[in-house]
Ligand binder design. Structure first.
Ligand SMILES: CC(C)(COP(=O)(O)OP(=O)(O)OC[C@H]1O[C@@H](n2cnc3c(N)ncnc32)[C@H](O)[C@@H]1OP(=O)(O)O)[C@@H](O)C(=O)NCCC(=O)NCCS
Length: 192
């Protein structure tokens, strides 16, 4: 059992079913970011460039998740896969790392990592990521992958501090105009 190196009396435990989230009072909320990456692309026959430039915003970008039913179905299946972790403060579930193994390319996908807002910045995210790494090693995965957004600079910074790097940019994962709308999907990876 892992105990966080924080002031919190919390522990990291395996999640068994999606009901653990409800029972523990966990909900996915979202994030805020005072910086975002502006994405630019130029494409010619002999040179294609996609660039990410960090810019400060006048007011924070606020993201609230809008969970669709098929996302909930996916999360249920992932938790039932048996590799996911929860950060518990007593019986309250205050953080989750939902993990899915992908055998076809020998990767471990971090489908969701979230700590409830009042518990952020106290080491739980780092403790959950340690468990993610341990799980990847147990599974003998070659890489850990995750999707984040150009609008989530705190998450990019957090993952970088733990050794992850931006490894992919998908210019149309959410809509056909993601760059214009200011939110583009980034793949980050930690190669083992
Ligand atoms: C990204 C996230 C999981 C990190 O969890 P966390 O428990 O805050 O992580 P930690 O406390 O281990 O580390 C956060 C870092 O930010 C700093 N920090 C300080 N105050 C903070 C705050 N209010 N919120 C977040 N981070 C804060 C911490 O000092 C720490 O820095 P360090 O690594 O140099 O010590 C969490 O911020 C979160 O749930 N965000 C919203 C959901 C999200 O964006 N998930 C990732 C999407 S892919």
């Amino acid at each position: 059992m892992i105990r966080p190196k924080t002031d919190l009396n919390a522990e990291i435990r395996r999640l068994k079913s999606i009901d653990d989230l409800k029972r523990g009072g966990f909900s996915f909320t979202g994030y805020e970011s005072d910086r975002v990456y502006r994405v630019e692309k130029s494409e010619t026959e002999d040179n294609t460039v996609i660039s990410l430039r960090l810019e400060k915003r006048d007011s924070p970008y606020v993201k609230k998740w809008d969970r669709l039913q098929d996302e909930l179905v996916m999360q249920k299946a992932i938790v039932e896969g048996g590799l996911s972790w929860g950060a518990f403060s007593g019986e309250n579930l205050v953080g989750v790392a939902l993990l899915e193994v992908r055998h076809w390319n020998n990767s471990l996908h971090l489908h969701d990592l979230e700590v409830m807002p009042e518990f952020r910045g106290r080491g739980l995210g780092g403790m959950l990521l340690e468990k993610v790494l341990e799980t990847a090693r147990d599974q003998k995965a070659r890489v850990i992958t995750l999707e984040t957004q150009t609008t989530n600079y705190p998450a990019v910074k957090f993952y970088r501090r733990h050794g992850y790097q931006i490894d992919g940019v998908d210019l149309s994962l959410y809509t056909n105009d993601d760059a214009k709308n200011g939110e583009v999907a980034l793949t980050m990876k930690l190669k083992l």
